[in-house]
Design a protein around this ligand. Structure first.
Ligand code: SF4
Length: 430
């Protein structure tokens, strides 16, 4: 049995003490009842028995099952079981089997599409972010031994095919990936096209849709050659494969005049909303640097936007291809890592992708090292790469998965046609 993974995940190896972060720093690490019990058995009667008893405590939320216990933290926010070489002392003494699922699997993200296990990566790990963003073949998918996808039993089953929403998910996802990878139009135009495609599919392809049921299909078939929902879906996806469609949408987007201040205001608000909840000094110092570079706490969104546009043009002329690669790989990875079937509809899934890309774009173009290199054109591209890895990784770790951010995104997206209107504001910033 094999799994599949983008090439960067087949290349991934934890760099442990050489890592600028650690997986557990600043995060709550739960342990399941079964792993906790196995660990207690392994340490019973030995020198670690008392340590395990005092450092792993019942979940204060009263949760049982997968989240029954919580691992203790040191004062610096790292896991209490981390040793001086930044390796897990439990794993080195008692083996991988005692690790909580999150520790064992991270930064791998496992999903099961039908019978196939897929492994993507979380960019919250700096090494994963480096491998994903900096190699142009990073997102080529290939088979890997299932053993490399540790604990495949933990994979989320995202497409069982038992309903129309998941049964057609794979073909829709492939169309999304093809669209994102098209290089004949700018990246923002591809995201715009993705939103339009989601809008076109949205009136009959959504969770719980009955448009694909046999009786619906039969009534459509009887009604003067009206296409079935499956045929409509295939036809819409084909339309978005056509170069003409994409070129027309690119022209539409370019002709659209929208103020940029709201885009800058949204990105700054996202960063601000996380500051009080994040203890990581790396994150806080980056966010402070970004805020200062856009003019400080009192700057207006319009002023921040004007700076952003100037920097975007300058960076594009210096390193346009490199920056495009970061955002393309981030978006492709996003589609693989976050199955759209978990969203309330396809348009909301696209909205979340565009919002995440916007926040990272705002951070990258406000990163002090990037601002400095715009004035020093001979700066090696490695400086830009390091700033990009830091920006994508810290936003992935401290913003993208945070419940407050996801709630904010849901509120911002709204519902129906307003979601698409708001998506346009975000796309214009990219
Ligand atoms: S964040 Fe990644 S590279 Fe760093 S210690 Fe964790 S798995 Fe290893």
């Amino acid at each position: 049995m094999t799994a599949s993974a983008p090439r960067y995940m087949a290349r991934f190896r934890c760099i442990a003490e050489a890592c600028e972060d650690t997986c557990c720093a600043g995060l709550t690490v739960p342990i399941s009842e079964s792993r906790w019990s196995l660990l207690r058995q392994k340490v019973a009667g030995g020198p670690d028995e008392a340590r395990v008893a005092s450092l792993i405590t019942p979940n204060p939320d009263g949760a049982t099952g997968q989240q029954a216990g919580i691992l203790g933290k040191r004062a610096d926010g790292h896991c209490a079981f981390l040793d001086e070489t930044k390796l897990c002392s439990l794993q080195s003494k008692y083996g991988e089997a005692v690790l909580p699922d999150g520790c064992s699997v991270f930064p791998r993200v496992l999903t099961r599409w039908g019978a196939q296990v897929e492994m993507a990566g979380s960019l919250a790990c700096p090494e994963t972010a480096r491998l994903c963003l900096l190699a142009d073949d990073a997102l080529v998918r290939e088979p890997v031994p299932e053993a490399q996808a540790l604990r495949p039993q933990m994979a989320r089953q995202v497409a069982s095919g038992s309903d129309a929403w998941t049964a057609h998910a794979e073909v829709v996802r492939e169309a999304m990936l093809r669209l994102l990878a098209r290089r004949d139009v700018p990246f923002a135009a591809r995201l715009y096209a993705l939103g339009r495609m989601a809008l076109d599919l949205g009136d009959f392809y959504f969770p719980g849709t009955a448009a694909f049921t046999d009786s619906q299909a039969e009534s459509h078939a009887d009604a003067e050659d009206a296409p079935t929902a499956a045929a409509r879906l295939a036809s819409i996806l084909r339309t978005y494969d056509a170069p003409d469609t994409l070129h027309t949408l690119r022209d539409q987007l370019e002709a659209l005049e929208l103020p940029g201040g709201p885009w800058a205001g949204i990105c700054a608000a996202v960063l601000r909303s996380r500051e009080a909840h994040v203890g990581s000094q790396r994150y806080l110092s980056l966010v402070r640097g970004v805020r200062e570079s856009y003019g400080g706490a009192d700057t207006t969104p319009d002023d921040a936007w004007r700076l952003h546009v100037t920097r975007r043009e300058a960076l594009t002329s210096l390193h346009g291809e490199r920056v495009h690669q970061y955002f393309l790989n981030h978006a492709l990875n996003h589609v693989l890592r976050h199955p759209f079937t978990e969203a309330s509809n396809l348009l909301n899934a696209v909205f979340l992708l565009v919002l995440r890309a916007s926040v990272v774009r705002y951070v990258l173009l406000g990163h002090p090292a990037v601002v400095a290199l715009l004035d020093t054109p001979g700066t090696p591209v490695a400086t830009l790469d390091a700033a990009a890895v830091e920006s994508f990784q810290l936003i992935a770790k401290h913003v993208e998965q945070a419940p407050q951010f996801l709630d904010f995104a849901q509120g911002l997206a709204g519902e129906g046609p307003e979601t698409f209107a708001r998506l346009l504001i975000l796309v214009k910033g990219l």
